[in-house]
Design a protein around this ligand. Structure first.
Ligand code: NAD
Length: 431
């Protein structure tokens, strides 16, 4: 079966391997997922019928620690996507230096078509299917597209029921009342914002720079909120139905409030406490990507910037909050025309970093104040961003390859610490 997204991931790996010295058997190991679980989840629907939903969990690599990665509910979920996302999680955890490997899960479902009760049964069913292969020291799921803290609460509860233990560290992104961490809700957007601030000078992003954001969910909204508070101008945002564009700048909090009240982005734009209709242009998702802005933030789904539209991207900086929004070919086009892509494996690593903090707090049974979460997150994101920027200069490559080079070196050295071909064969040949 052709796996285009995973091919893209392997091409990124191959590009980075040009800059990292690893042994052949380590490289071979990095090209395969450790385990792929594929299953069907039976759900009793509200009308009494039984419906089966296709589910996946991939554990890509766990050399540096337990597998870690979100669970996605989306009609387009497939094995290629889940495996690629699991691979990127392994890379991402190594980029920010948290002691986890990479995993990912997904269910092929349109959650908007399910009632809350059906959604709960589906979420508990997912855990029934994977309970034997996940755990606080094996594989730790978290939220992703169209899953949230409520879903994580059901899932951790189901795991506790099956194991007859209280093991909150099995899942991160839980509600606070069930062992979640303060600061997890906005961690991905916040992490991306800290990266932007750390690299601001190097990226040539000035105060008041204009930003367009594709995807106005958890990652996109919180990034927009923090960037707007810091003086950047958010000129366009979109969701699955399309977007709005206002060159003078939008107020993300008002747009978010109205979106959630009306379920439509373009319905109303609120100024202060008074909601009023303000002039704005409607844009499609593809038009948004090509707007003349300083920073473009894809924060929705993968494969949005491809060889089809890469030449039309006008932003000088692309900050990838979504996973895999830029194809390998598009990356090359953007690099050759001087567009800097701050890659997903750095820009959206704030989520997994605070997930790591949640896991640490669950294991210790000791909970941190939010200021500590923010400070520790900022420190980790800044250190990772500056190291990657330095590597990019040293290797004269794009930022993605630099990030991969750092991550693969870390994973590779962990793999090689167990012994490699030359380690074992040197001894054999010495006898
Ligand atoms: P979310 O479900 O909260 O929001 C997704 C947003 O994308 C919604 O506004 C939705 O309307 C929009 N969307 C869906 N299809 C779209 C389309 N075709 N065009 C434009 N917009 C579309 O999800 P999220 O958690 O914000 O995740 C967004 C991206 O960030 C995903 O790629 C996810 O893997 C990545 N990410 C999220 C986290 C996290 O902690 N939430 C961490 C790392 C990476």
């Amino acid at each position: 079966m052709a796996m285009p997204l995973f091919d893209n991931a392997l091409r990124q790996l191959d590009e980075a391997l040009k800059h990292v010295k690893l042994e052949a058997d380590t490289i071979e190991l990095l090209r395969y997922p450790k385990a792929v679980h594929s299953f069907a989840i039976p759900v009793r629907m509200d009308n009494g019928s039984l419906k089966m939903f296709k589910g996946y969990r991939v554990q890509y690599n766990d050399t540096r620690g337990p597998a870690k990665g979100g669970i996605r509910y989306h009609p387009d979920v497939n094995l290629d996507e889940v495996q690629s996302l699991a691979f990127w999680m392994a890379i991402k955890c190594a980029v920010v230096g948290v002691p986890f490997g990479g995993g990912k899960g997904g269910v092929k479902v349109n959650p908007k078509e399910l009632s809350k009760l059906e959604l709960e049964r589906l979420s508990r069913g997912f855990i029934n299917a994977v309970a034997d292969v996940i755990g606080p020291d094996r594989d730790i799921p978290a939220p992703d597209v169209y899953t949230n803290s409520t879903v994580m609460g059901w899932m951790s509860d189901q795991y506790n029921i099956i194991t007859r233990r209280h093991l909150p560290a099995v899942i991160t992104g839980k509600p606070l009342e069930l062992g979640g961490s303060l600061g997890r809700d906005d961690a991905t957007g916040r992490g991306g914002f800290y990266v932007l601030q750390a690299l601001r000078e190097s990226l040539g992003v000035k105060e008041g720079a204009t930003i367009a954001i594709q995807g106005f969910g958890n990652a996109g909204f919180h990034f927009a909120r923090l960037a707007s508070e810091a003086g950047y101008k958010i000129v366009a945002v979109s969701d699955s139905r399309g977007g709005i564009y206002k060159p003078e700048g939008l107020d993300p909090k008002s747009v978010y409030k109205v979106k959630h009240e009306t379920n439509k982005l373009e319905a109303v734009y609120c100024e202060g406490s008074v909601c009023e209709l303000v002039e704005h242009k409607k844009v499609t998702n593809s038009e948004l990507l090509e707007l003349d802005v300083d920073v473009l933030v894809p924060a929705a789904l993968e494969n949005q910037i491809t060889s089809e539209n890469a030449n039309n991207i006008k932003a000088k900086v692309v900050l990838e909050l979504a996973n895999g929004p830029t194809s390998f070919d598009a990356d090359e086009t953007l690099f050759s025309k001087g567009t800097i892509v701050v890659p997903d494996i750095l820009a959206n690593a704030g989520g997994v970093t605070v997930s790591y903090f949640e896991w640490v707090q669950n294991k210790a049974g000791y909970y941190w104040p939010v200021d500590k979460v923010h400070q520790e997150l900022e420190d980790i994101m800044r250190v990772a961003a500056l190291a990657i920027d330095e590597k990019r200069s040293a290797l004269a490559c794009n930022m993605r390859t630099a990030a991969y080079a750092i991550a693969i070196d870390r994973i590779g050295r962990a793999v090689e610490a167990h012994g490699t071909h030359s380690f074992f064969m040197d001894e054999v040949s010495a006898k």
